[in-house]
Design a protein around this ligand. Sequence first.
Ligand SMILES: *Cc1c(COP(=O)(O)O)cnc(C)c1O
Length: 256
Amino acid sequence: MATNTAFDNNGRYPGAVTAEDLRRNIDEVRGKIEAACRRSSRDPLSVRLLPVSKTIDEERIRLCYAVGCRQFGENKVQEAYNKWQGMSDLTDIEWSVIGHLQTNKARQVAKFAGEFQALDSERVAAELDRRLQAEGRSIDVFVQVNTSGEESKYGLSPSDVRSFVKTLPAFTSLKVRGLMTLALFSDDYVRVRACFTLLRSLRDQLRDISDECVELSMGMSGDYEIAVEEGATVVRVGQAIFGARALPDSHYWPTR
Ligand SMILES: *Cc1c(COP(=O)(O)O)cnc(C)c1O
């Protein structure tokens, strides 16, 4: 039986130390994205692969840059900020913050992030917008939705998404691009898929109120092929590119 890799990381993902390793892993992920697109009659160019570089040191991120990556996802603000500073010589990198944000970190995010994918409260929206205006910047945002119903997950409940998206035009430095979710961590692929179809249907229901909230950021190393079949336009992939992380996933998604 297929197992969800979130439960079985060790040994599953080949490590990547050299530029060649990274190129091989990226090519393999892209190949699987293309195959999932063929199965679902989609254009592979409609799916963006966002490499997730949390816990990966600068040296290896630079190798990834050398093989063509220009955008990196990070789930902790301080770690991302340090990497942005350390790699400021690479002026065309865009940093995407994909993890929960506390309002006291909004000032840092406003300085360096090109994208924020975990927007889930008006409080954070207001603070981020205020800080961005002070910086004279704007960023793309995704609204995070809790599609699995798990208590521990961040994100808006599905029934709150529509009214939340309606408030966003007031925050003029936030350019809303779409919805984001983390699926259930389970080896039950039927329930994992249900998280993705829920996000897609929520997005479809926003058509009459927003021309911009159209993207779907969903799918990670363990489930991105399913996510692409269900319409993902952004997949956030770490371990399948960089190799298995040593620590369990609970370390990176602290329960609230
Ligand atoms: C770490 C992380 C990912 C990527 O997970 P992998 O198992 O490394 O592919 C995706 N999304 C978020 C929000 C993450 O924190």
